[in-house]
Design a protein around this ligand. Sequence first.
Ligand code: ADP
Ligand code: MG
Length: 682
Amino acid sequence: MELEQLKGVGKASVEKLNQLGIHEVTDLLFHLPLRYEDKTRITDIADAQGFQYAQIEGFITKSYVTQGNRPILVVEVADDSSSIQLKFFNFYYSQKLKMKQDLRIRAYGEVRWGMQGKEIIHPEFELSPKSKLADSLTAIYPKTEGLSQKLIQKALIQSMALLSKGELQLSELLPAQWLSSQDLPTLEEALIQVHTPAPDTNLTALINNQHPGQQRLKVEEMLAHFLALHQVKSQAQSHPAPELPITAQQAKSLTDKLPFTLTGAQQRVVAEIHKDMAGQLPMQRLVQGDVGSGKTVVAAMAIQAALSHGKQSVMMAPTEILAEQHYLGLQEFFEPEHIAFLSGSIKGKARETVLEQIATTAQVVIGTHALFQQDVIYRDLALVVVDEQHRFGVHQRLALKQKGADKGEVPHNLIMTATPIPRTLAQVAYANLDISVIDELPPGRKAINTVLISNDKMPQLAERIIKACSAGEQAYWVCTLIEESENLRAKAAEDTYQELQDWFPDIKIGLVHGRLKGDEKKQIMAEFKANQIQLLVATTVIEVGVDVPNASLMVIDNAERLGLSQLHQLRGRVGRGNRQSHCVLMYQGPLSQNAQTRLQTMRNSNDGFEIARQDLKLRGPGEILGTQQKGSMAFRLSDPEKDAELFETARALADMMLKKHPENCKKLTQRWHRTGQELAKV
Ligand code: ADP
Ligand code: MG
């Protein structure tokens, strides 16, 4: 049914509704309330809690306008229990005149604690109230500029009336038996409960988003999400992949080269990968492991499986420095002449030589996003490893995936990330991937000792750096510059570099930043690795992956500017050897509450997963997953953390629906606008 058929909805409002993704009346029914206002009762002022919405009623005891350059109208109201101040920052003089002493007033708004006790800023109010109390909760909807709350509310009340009269058809897509086994209402019942809650509704449940009607809609929303990601996965697996079983002997020939034995967690994850690669379907696996958990060797074991069949592998890293590290690192495992390296800074003749290698002899190809440019032709690509996946867009990964597609076979995919996402969130956000977790650090690692100091304590810090360097240790100095352009960032890092040279005339200092040429970066990193540079000044380009075990001290200046996961990534550059490592978080005071919590979390924990949980609390799932994933996590009702149990239920339901009711699956994703295409952007 057309939106314009609703009373009060004209052309202009239709346009606005379209912006909210609402195109017909049924869409409107899935435009769910953000929250509810409870105007069904009057709360005693004494019982009104801070930071909660309440409706109060009493007599005006006083009303006045404060002096000062921004006058405030203050209305004091008392009931039998207590008193409260209503405050208006924008008001008309006529309004002030109406607020007469001894007049009754009813007001609704958020109660806060002000200087003079409880107050409500800009309440809704009614003088000498005559209207009846509402007999059900008032639903408040998400809106957009130019569309009033009243209009949406009225449109919804009409749509619900049409639904109950049977003039609007909505098909129930969940099996009745399943619903009753879960004690959940039908779709129609759920919509009624949510949009037009009956007077006897359990208000607390509704306000807390836990009402059975809401649960029912959440399950359906989550189900649509899982079904859409299932679609993404089956698309990715719609072509076969080469079967690449690896023998124990072939695996051993690589582990024999290691100066250590794999941890239990590494062995388990390697087994999961090898099992995938032995199958006919392309592996779609995400390996999560905290910084320093040893993901590189796990990737090498995957590459070994491809290699044992003479097939090509590619490993892609987000930065030149990191790609370079992998290039050096993997030379210890594989024949250097069979490893090719390609990055954006390799050009002209040199590039042609590498392309030739990739098309013929190279068995392992390592590099940056330059690896998936159009003219890079692979000989026989069977495995794509993407390191630090959160830095890549999907298109890039897809482009790379195409590279092996000519024989009808697609490569296996392995994605590695050091951003530990809490398991519950990962299972929702990456439902199109199988997930392995390396949940153990190599033995003998000492927890990094983290301290916070304000940046006026430079002299003490300098002493510490001199001591460490003269004892043969190495240190990082990370500049967390907020300048927009890479040029300005480089300039600021250079300033720090100059400054530190004044502080430390006897220490050999190096500088890396994003503006350096590939060769220059390479040179400096090699010198740092060889301990020819003792103190490395760097921008956050070193955030991911760099491995210099002898570096045991890290200073992060203006650490308060960074988020938790970025700080954790940076800190992971030290603590890689057997030595006690230290991380100094320098900050510019005074700190905001949020920055304080962040820095304290860093001081108190070394566990990436614990830090990620805190980060989730501070920033919410969208920020944790990065902008690319935000869209996929834009649930209307559901919350991956709070509704973790329900997500489990929905996941099981998705399996059942795919098996028993495949015809409803597409309708479900369409109803919730969760299409595979949209989510494949993840
Ligand atoms: P990340 O997971 O951060 O990529 P790396 O793969 O860079 O970690 O490994 C960190 C360091 O730990 C490297 O120096 C690596 O050689 C070492 N390492 C990896 N696995 C083990 C292990 N099982 N025992 C001891 N050291 C290990
Ligand atoms: Mg790594």
